[in-house]
Design a protein around this ligand. Structure first.
Ligand code: FES
Length: 125
């Protein structure tokens, strides 16, 4: 069985910020999210215990500089680095890279999202 090139999600005009849609890409459930006008797509199967990670809370990556363990000199949230936290036990992932925030060796599969002729697609390749 071949992998589909694209899977249709829905019209861009009906995809509001904060919306999420689930689609099936080559037998795998993928969550598509729109955040601040940008699209993200991740496999909806958490690396911890297979939870529905695409249903999780979206936040921003906490960034800062640390002078010693436990002492941070600057605390801020990165505006352009949304993260998602699995609703089951809270494992969090960078939505762009799929990197698990506590262990960057763990990568949740991500997918490219294409908008063409007003329609949103997930690239299944
Ligand atoms: S199943 Fe996702 S954090 Fe446990």
């Amino acid at each position: 069985m071949s992998t589909p090139e694209r899977v249709k999600v829905k019209p861009d005009a009906t995809f509001d910020d904060g919306d999420r849609e689930l689609v099936e890409v080559d037998g795998v459930e993928v969550g598509v999210l729109r955040i601040d006008g940008e699209y993200y797509a991740v496999r909806n199967r958490c690396l911890h215990d297979c939870g529905p990670v695409a249903d999780g809370a979206v936040g921003r990556k906490l960034v800062g500089e640390f002078v010693e363990p436990g002492k941070r000199i600057e605390k801020k949230y990165a505006d352009d680095e949304p993260i998602i936290s699995c609703p089951w036990h809270g494992w969090s992932y960078d939505l762009s890279s799929g990197e698990q925030l506590a262990d960057d060796d763990l990568i949740l599969p991500t997918y490219d999202v294409i908008v063409e002729d007003g329609v949103v697609y997930v690239d299944g390749r």
